[in-house]
Design a protein around this ligand. Structure first.
Ligand code: CMC
Length: 427
């Protein structure tokens, strides 16, 4: 029971008392759940002021630029942890002991192969399909391989689904790439790290040994950490909504992938790189800035702005450093990086961007790193999806652990009033 109350005053009616809820951190929330029974709904398209659930996984303070996973700051995790340890933390709530980590990483590593039948599934796609379309389709199809053994009401089944998804996503992601370039699929290797194994499945071929570069391996691991979870964003909310009906977890994750694909969300890293390529030269930046500010032009500066961060995205700081490390390691002086740095500098000093608190987000830099690694643009969002899978599963599990209630929003109906139907074809 909440101690504080808010009072809703409605014209000509008795006031309604609403509970005020307080979490560990963050804004106070007004519990509006009783309003439906009083004959009212609240209206909040895009959920700009609405908390859709209770969660213990991730906390963001957008004003201060803070991101915590289970209380741990993202920069500490990115610099001192690795992706699998972060996965353990997200899924289990605490940092693992050495033994717990060994056991967790061994289970993930030993379940990375996919059913051979899935190889045939790929052949149904055109080679020039967008890898996100293939990723979405193949992940949804995993439900067909594991549905019988899955009862979402049994905790152990949910745990097995979590391990399967975490283990198999890099394999599926790399298969999407290999299929698109006509190369044979590469089987996972248990002696490599999560990131190293993914790079090996992406770049090795039967003709030549591929040696994983430790700087690139670390950079890939950081990209995975920095994209692992971000509380109730569009794709995570989609996974929760899909899962709220008791749907199969692989199907729920496929729904999350579909939501992530959009350019306002995970598709931004791909869109950002395409934009930098289009800008091409620092001299063209003013033209693009003018377009970004023009209300009659749908163009937006991709990689800038965030629904929650109205300060610097803390993930972008680490990503920026990693970007420089990778380019140095590869001895690359990239023209696009020059365009990106100049664009960042100009936008950060432009009143339009300052007033609207539009700062570079994580996707502004991740695309540059992936490009330097030789990963094609169309694979960027696939890698984001692979990284975010753990966040989606953590939320899906939490929702089930807490007891599911089907998501069923209402609406403000603005269509016709009731009217009589007269058919023009059936007299
Ligand atoms: N370029 C130019 N103007 C912008 C941009 C941008 N990238 N982003 C927002 N604005 C303007 C917008 O026109 C509006 O101006 P005004 O107040 O004059 O109408 C104001 O800033 C507020 O924008 P909004 O659309 O109301 O803000 P939002 O919170 O609904 O949108 C966003 C957030 C991320 C969708 C948006 O900033 C955007 O489209 N950014 C580019 C795409 C991008 O980089 N997305 C990746 C997000 S990070 C990855 C992830 O977490 O998924």
């Amino acid at each position: 029971m909440a101690d504080k109350k808010a009072t809703l005053t409605l014209p000509g009616e008795a006031d309604i008392e609403l509970d005020m809820l307080s979490g560990t951190l963050g804004l106070e929330e007004i519990d509006v759940r009783i309003l439906g029974s009083k004959g009212y709904f609240t209206f909040d398209p895009g959920f700009t002021s609405t908390a859709s659930c209770e969660s213990k996984i991730t906390y963001i303070d957008g004003e201060k630029g803070i991101l915590l996973h289970r209380g741990f700051p993202i920069d500490q995790l990115a610099l001192h942890s690795n992706y699998l340890e972060v996965c353990y933390i997200l899924l289990n709530g605490e940092a693992p002991t050495k033994e717990q980590y060994e056991e967790f990483s061994t289970i993930v590593t030993r379940h990375t192969m996919v059913h051979e039948q899935i190889h045939h599934l790929f052949r149904g796609f055109r080679r020039d399909s967008h890898p996100m379309a293939v990723m979405c389709g193949v992940t949804g199809a995993l439900a067909a391989f594991y549905h019988d053994a899955m009862d979402v009401n049994i905790e152990r089944h949910r745990e097995i689904a979590a391990f399967r998804l975490l283990s198999k996503m890099p394999t599926v992601a790399a298969m999407c790439y290999k299929y698109s370039i006509g190369q044979p699929f590469v089987y996972p290797r248990n002696d490599l790290s999560y990131a190293g194994n993914f790079l090996n499945m992406m770049f090795s071929t039967p003709c030549e040994e591929y040696v994983v570069n430790p700087v690139l391996e670390r950079a890939m691991d950081r990209i995975l950490i920095l994209h692992a979870d971000h509380e109730q964003n569009a794709s995570t909310s989609t996974v929760r909504t899909a899962g709220s009906s008791g749907a199969n977890p692989f199907a729920c994750i496929a729904a999350g992938i579909a939501s992530l694909w959009g350019p306002a969300h995970g598709g931004a890293n791909e869109a950002c790189l395409r934009m930098l390529e289009e800008i091409h030269n620092v001299d063209h930046i003013p033209d693009f800035l003018r377009r970004a500010k023009d209300k009659n032009d749908s163009f937006r500066l991709m990689g800038f702005g965030h629904r929650v961060y109205k300060n610097y995205d803390p993930r972008a700081t680490v990503m920026r450093e990693t970007c420089h490390e990778v380019l140095k390691e590869l001895g690359m002086k990239d023209d696009l990086l020059e365009v990106a740095m100049e664009l960042e500098h100009i936008a950060l000093n432009d009143p339009y961007f300052i007033e609207r608190k539009l700062y570079p987000n994580v996707d502004f830099y991740s695309g540059l790193i992936l490009k330097a690694m030789g990963i094609p643009t169309s694979m960027f969002t696939v890698i984001f999806a692979m990284a975010r899978t753990v966040g989606w599963i953590a939320h899906w599990k939490e929702m089930h652990d807490d007891g599911i209630k089907i998501a069923r929003p209402r609406q403000l109906y603005t269509g016709y009033d009731q009217r009589d139907f007269k058919s023009a074809i059936n007299k």
